[in-house]
Design a protein around this ligand. Structure first.
Ligand code: 5GP
Length: 137
C-alpha cells in the first residue's frame, strides 16, 4: 500500500508534531496514545515507513516486537497492572485510523475496551503516566 508521509505518526517521527515519548532508538519509537482506551495506553512504531503489518519488512517487524515486549514489561512494572491487551489494526477495514504501522499496548481487559480513538485524554495525566513508564524502562 502507498505510504503517505504526511500521516500523523510520520510527522511525529520527523519532530513536526509533539508526543509524550517513552522509548526511542534508531529503529523504533514508543509514545503515549492521546486518546487512551485505558490509563497507560502506549503505541510502539517502527521508524521504517509501512502502512500495515503486512507491508512491514519482516526484520523490522521482528525488532519492533522485541521493543513491544520491553515496553509492555515497563508498563506492567510502572503501573502495577496484571494484563495488557496488544492490539494491531492492519487496514482501514479493520478500523486502522493512522496509516503508519503501530502496535497498541493497552493495560486493560479485552472486555473493557472502549471506543477506538474516540476521546482526547487529559494531557497532564497522560504525560505523568508516560514519565512513570519511561522511568521503568
Ligand atoms: P489505529 O486506529 O490506527 O489503530 O490507532 C491510531 C491511534 O493513534 C489511536 O489509538 C489514536 O488515539 C492515536 N492517535 C491519533 N492521533 C494521535 C496523535 O496526534 N498523537 C498520538 N500520540 N496518538 C494519536
Amino acid at each position: 500500500m502507498a505510504y503517505d508521509d504526511q500521516n500523523i505518526f510520520a510527522r511525529i517521527l520527523r519532530g513536526e508534531l509533539p508526543a509524550f515519548k517513552v522509548y526511542e532508538d534508531e529503529q523504533v519509537l514508543a509514545f503515549m496514545d492521546v486518546m487512551p482506551q485505558a490509563e497507560g495506553h502506549t503505541l510502539v512504531i517502527p521508524k521504517t515507513p509501512a502502512v500495515t503489518l503486512l507491508d512491514l519488512d519482516p526484520e523490522a517487524a521482528a525488532y519492533t516486537i522485541q521493543i513491544v515486549q520491553k515496553v509492555a514489561k515497563a508498563i506492567e512494572k510502572a503501573l502495577d497492572v496484571k494484563g495488557i491487551v496488544l492490539m494491531q489494526l492492519s487496514g482501514a477495514a479493520a478500523g486502522q485510523t493512522v496509516p503508519h504501522v503501530h502496535f497498541h499496548l493497552i493495560p486493560t481487559s479485552v472486555h473493557e475496551l472502549g471506543k477506538h480513538a474516540a476521546k482526547m485524554g487529559d494531557m497532564e495525566q497522560i504525560k505523568a503516566i508516560g514519565e512513570k513508564i519511561k522511568a521503568a524502562l
